[in-house]
Design a protein around this ligand. Structure first.
Ligand code: 16G
Ligand code: MG
Length: 550
């Protein structure tokens, strides 16, 4: 068994010293902080990705350098496991330990411990594919990552500037190449080809939709959407906006999926372009989230978020499964989080099994794997559909007994190719939505009318220590601090269709409060009153209590 190339690791590590005053944590979205503070982290992630690959027998690991919807000065990095899924949870801890080793010697020591503890066979090959988004801090951080890969002698492949979901796709395509599970050609062209040809088959013979406006958040999705648009040709007309990927400060600024979802309004840059009734959508900065919206005839803004997408897509798939005569054999289920609008949960629960899990893609993804077809979406627009291997085999083998069954079956097979099953993917989800709208003959308004959203409000509370907040029941109830949940319950009872919950954020040093109620003013009031309870509970100074917390 060979040993760690300690000399090389030491030499490279000295070029990427850890800043003494910082502590890092591999959280729900990987490491994420100011781009300027990430040099040592990137180097160490390079080494770690190599070790993860060796541990998995040389299967290719992905590394994505992005900070998604965060502002431009931020950056981040996350690892992708061989099937294109998120990094296995136990390795999040290893990543955190390595990132916090105080100097080169401590880093080497931590590596040796890890190799021993996990019995990593260092003679195995290491393969990594990596990419970055369009942030200005990206190139230098990729340089640090490459030093980590070199230090360990990793066979590295640079996928350049691309979206997070395309990188996930590449990882799966590389690892399944030449096997029966082959996922597509392992290139961005392969991805475009796969999605666009499935799309064209799914809408063949249907009338073309009016053009769709796409807000690209001035991020990497702009480039991918432009390429996709060329592949789609006349099958779907995309009008791209916010494509200024090289304009300083433009990324995610007053645009993008996160802006639309949190502000619940139109990106100002689209105001002059969006006509009443026209469909529009926003990608986030790394194109793994998607939010649709439209203006009604009075130019009122309406949002079609992840919940609306889930409702549209899940009901469509349920109908196709029935039409294919597979109702008894294929169970379609849906996974949401506590943030799912009560209106959506009611609509969905009347049609199929619904599960609620804690926030974060990995929780949704894993829960969705338990269904034959698992649809998962976070309200914030991140989501996808998973077809289990058994289901895919069933679709391939099933003998339809009528022409109608045959058509439905073909549609289902094409959907398995249209949908990026590795992770939520704004572009793939966009095509999926467009397919369903065409099949249903829906415009934005008809889609929106599937159910009525309950008005809701999200509030952040800055507290001294968010770690005292502990939740249960998929984050819907607090167990700590003791007594607080009972006071929240008492408050919620006073509001018609009231619902509220409190959870510590996984990405920011704050506590989040969500509330919904039958009417807007009540939802706002409930959110602020619960926020007030949280603020007081945590020893907030009454003199500095935010005025809006009533
Ligand atoms: C991260 C998660 C997202 C979640 C969000 C919640 C991934 C890839 N992303 O962005 O799913 O909705 O965190 O943030 O898991 P919060 O904990 O700060 O509310
Ligand atoms: Mg994102």
């Amino acid at each position: 068994m060979s040993t760690l190339p300690v000399e090389a690791i030491r030499e490279f590590s000295e070029r990427h010293p850890k800043p003494g005053h910082l502590t890092y944590q591999y959280g729900t979205a990987g490491f994420r902080t100011l781009g300027n503070d990430l040099d040592s982290v990137m180097f160490r992630v390079g080494v770690l990705a190599g070790l993860r690959s060796k541990r998995l027998d040389g299967r290719t690991i992905g590394v994505m350098v992005t900070a998604s919807h965060n502002p431009e000065p931020d950056n981040g990095v996350k690892l992708v496991d061989p099937r294109g899924e998120m990094l296995e949870a136990s390795w999040e801890g290893h990543a955190t330990v390595l990132a916090n080793a105080s100097n080169t010697s401590a880093f080497v020591e931590a590596l040796e411990t890890l190799v021993k503890q996990l019995k990593i066979d260092l003679s195995k090959p290491a393969r990594v594919v990596y990419a970055r988004d369009t942030r200005p801090s990206g190139p230098a951080l990729v340089g640090a990552l490459e030093d980590g890969l070199k230090a360990l002698g990793v066979e590295a492949r640079n996928a350049g500037v691309t979206t997070t979901p395309i990188l996930h796709y590449l990882v799966r395509a590389i690892n399944t190449k030449g096997t029966k599970d082959t996922y597509g050609d392992d290139s961005a062209e392969g991805y475009m080809q796969k999605l666009s040809s499935a799309f064209k088959k799914l809408i063949a013979g249907k009338p073309a939709s009016p053009p769709l406006l796409v807000d690209c958040a001035n991020g990497v999705g702009a480039e991918a959407a432009a390429t996709l648009s060329r592949y789609l040709g006349e099958s779907l007309s995309l009008i791209l906006h916010n494509t200024a990927t090289t304009t300083s400060g433009a990324l995610n600024h007053a645009c993008g999926a996160d802006f639309v979802k949190t502000q619940q309004k139109l990106p100002p840059s689209l105001a002059a372009h969006l006509k009443p009734g026209q469909r529009a959508c926003s990608l986030d900065g790394d194109a793994d989230r998607l939010i649709y919206f439209y203006l009604d005839e009075r130019s009122q803004f309406h949002m079609l978020d992840g919940d609306k997408i889930a409702a549209l897509v899940a009901a469509f798939i349920v109908d196709l499964v029935k039409a294919a005569g597979l109702e008894e054999e294929i169970r379609v289920g849906i996974v949401q989080t506590a943030y799912a609008n009560g209106g959506s949960t009611k609509y969905l629960a009347e049609r199929l099994p619904v599960r609620c899990v804690p926030t974060g893609v990995k929780h949704l993804h894993h829960a969705a794997e338990h269904y034959d077809v698992g649809v998962y979406f976070e309200a914030n627009g991140h989501g996808t559909v998973l077809f289990s291997p058994e289901t895919q085999a069933k679709l391939a083998e099933h003998q339809p007994s009528t022409p109608a069954q045959s058509t439905a079956l073909t549609h289902l097979v094409n959907l398995t190719n249209l949908i990026n099953q590795t992770v939520g993917d704004a572009l793939s989800d966009m095509l999926l939505v467009e397919v369903v709208l065409v099949h249903r003959s829906y415009g934005a308004f008809e889609w929106d009318s599937l159910y009525v959203d309950l008005p809701n409000r999200l509030v952040k509370v800055v507290v001294a220590d968010r770690n005292i907040f502990k939740t249960e029941d998929a984050e819907r109830r607090l167990v700590s601090p003791p007594g607080l949940q009972a006071r929240i319950d008492e408050l919620v009872r006073k509001y018609e269709a009231g619902r509220a919950f409190v959870r510590p954020s996984g990405t920011e040093d704050v506590v989040r409060v969500y509330a919904e109620a039958r009417v807007r003013a009540q939802a706002d009031e409930l959110a602020y009153r619960v926020a007030g309870l949280v603020y007081d509970e945590t020893g907030g100074d009454p003199a500095t209590r935010p005025a809006e917390f009533l």
